[in-house]
Ligand binder design. Structure first.
Ligand code: ADP
Length: 503
């Protein structure tokens, strides 16, 4: 076995002024910069609220800046919706519901298809805006977020005129106005996950994007106008948590769909207790990615990297706990360590970048704090030597060994590019450790044996279990959690059910 090349490092900010280089034999191969052009992207200096089919200035008269986390430059000003603004949006959605809910399914479907096609048409601009506003690598915005957003609209457009077949023998009716609150990690994609089933089922919507990533929602509003979606069917109110709380508490809303932190999910659940409002919650996670000794190790390493460093680890279903069978731990970690050192961290708009910017200063602070805590609690920190840009919010891909299950880095959602590595000796121990948390959103199993996959997936308390892959999404496949990761499913017929009254 090759000697373990890992270095154990004590400090947290272990950054050298060099970029990582790909080593091929004795030579060194360095990528040339490949920045995506932004000159064709059209951003308004200021975006109002999207209410009743048009952009309006907020009654609150408050605005806030949205910045590029890779450069800390201001991109635009966005309205901060107050209670009266949310009320106007809900009223518009209620008025629109009267006609939208009566429209033939095939007609509704046409609008939803149109939105899907317009997203495809504007894919390049949407990907760039997503990357500029949120910090994710352009190759991910381009190849994952935007195509999947279009796919969600396409898939649900197909259901619009087939609802009676989705729930055979039962009558199906829309719910009314859906208040939808989304996070900043997949801004356009989360908007698509929420809007597409709601619209296909005949509901109207008030959507609240996250405060650090409102711009693709504003672009989507322009698309909805271009698609000639009837005014009021979708309204978009920007703002922070307070705006979200106004939406949750508005008596005119029939359902709340929330994706975000477990902490806020609990607040919302408390606020809705005793009301007739429906609720679905997609909350945090701390997924176990379990690698058995019989797995294809190089493939597993790619899955581990994709599981935790995709989107800088800003992924609720991220494989943030690696559970590796003890007999291969040293070998696997040597391969993983080498692979991590090849990841290119930096300008999200560069097409070669693997790990982009952390979404906000506050999130960077949270990642730093938990990483520091990992070191203090006795885990061993591993970070590649990579230069981070002088400006912007960046954090190197990181992993910890010598992690105990009691460590905060093994229990809390870091929502950053930080992996906690632990080992196991038997499948029972792997299951025990994987399930030993309040979260239950996703998990991964890597093994050569099909029977072992089924034996494990049956016992893992996680809404999604990937086998020999990780972080794969499809609109036909339901997604959602157990325990404190929330309830309700998004995607597939299960997801559709959350937007209809079936009797
Ligand atoms: P994160 O910790 O990942 O930022 P949050 O749960 O704070 O996640 O945010 C997810 C979404 O919930 C955002 O759109 C945010 O503005 C919104 N939000 C935050 N606090 C509240 C609240 N008390 N009620 C409703 N929505 C909220």
């Amino acid at each position: 076995m090759a000697p373990n090349p890992m270095k154990f490092v004590d400090g947290v900010a272990r950054v050298k002024a060099e970029r990582p280089a790909l080593e091929f034999g004795t030579g060194v191969f360095e990528y040339a910069p490949a920045p995506e052009a932004t000159d064709h992207v059209r951003l308004e200096p200021r975006y109002g609220l999207f209410v009743d089919g048009g952009f309006v200035a907020p009654k609150s008269e408050r605005w806030f800046d949205t910045v590029n986390p890779a450069t800390e430059e201001k991109l635009a000003e966005v309205a901060d919706a107050g209670e009266a603004d949310v009320d106007a949006a809900v009223k518009a959605a209620r008025a629109a519901f009267r006609t939208w809910s009566k429209l033939a399914g095939a007609e509704r479907g046409k609008y939803v298809y149109r939105i899907a096609r317009l997203i495809q048409e504007k894919a390049r601009e949407l990907a760039i805006v997503e990357t500029m506003d949120g910090g994710k690598p352009i190759k991910e915005a381009r190849d994952v977020d935007v195509p999947l957003a279009a796919a969600h609209f396409f898939y649900h457009a197909g259901w619009a005129d087939k609802l009676p077949w989705a729930f055979p023998g039962r009558s199906v009716a829309p719910l009314g106005v859906c208040g939808q609150i989304i996070p900043w990690n997949f801004p356009l994609l989360m908007a698509a996950w929420k809007l597409a089933p709601a619209l296909a089922a005949g509901n109207t919507v008030v959507l609240k994007p996250a405060e650090t990533t409102p711009l693709t929602a504003m672009k989507l509003a322009e698309i909805l106008r271009e698609a000639e979606l009837p005014p009021g069917v979708v309204n978009i109110v920007t703002g922070a948590g307070e705006t979200g709380a106004h939406l949750v508490n508005h008596p005119g809303v029939a359902k709340i769909a929330f994706t975000g932190s477990t902490e806020v999910g609990k607040l919302i659940q408390r606020a809705l207790a005793g009301t007739e409002k429906r609720l679905t919650l997609e909350l945090g996670g701390k997924a176990a990615n379990i690698v058995f000794a019989d797995a294809a190790l190089d493939q597993a390493v790619e899955g581990i990297v994709n599981g935790i460093y995709f989107n800088q680890g800003h992924v609720c279903c991220a494989g943030s706990r690696l559970l590796v069978e003890e007999s291969i731990e040293e070998d696997l970690l040597a391969r993983l360590d080498w692979r991590i050192r090849q990841l290119r961290v930096g300008d999200p708009l560069d097409k070669n970048t693997d790990v982009g910017a952390i979404n906000s200063r506050a999130q960077l602070e949270k990642i730093r704090e938990l990483t520091r805590c990992g070191v203090e609690e006795g885990a061993h920190l591993h970070q590649p030597e990579c230069a981070l840009p002088a400006r912007g919010f960046f954090f190197p891909p990181t992993y910890f060994t010598h992690v105990a299950q009691s460590h905060r880095i093994a229990r809390e959602e870091i929502f950053g590019p930080v992996l906690a590595v632990m080992s196991f000796r038997t499948p029972d121990e792997a299951v025990e450790k994987a399930n030993n948390l309040a979260y239950g959103l996703s998990a991964g199993v890597w093994t050569d044996k099909g029977a072992k996959i089924f034996a494990m997936t049956k016992r893992l308390r996680a809404g999604v279990v990937w086998a020999n892959t990780f972080n794969k999404f499809d609109p036909t496949s339901p997604f959602g959690g157990y325990k404190e990761s929330g309830f309700g499913r998004e995607g597939g017929v299960h997801g559709l059910e959350a937007y209809v009254e079936v009797s």
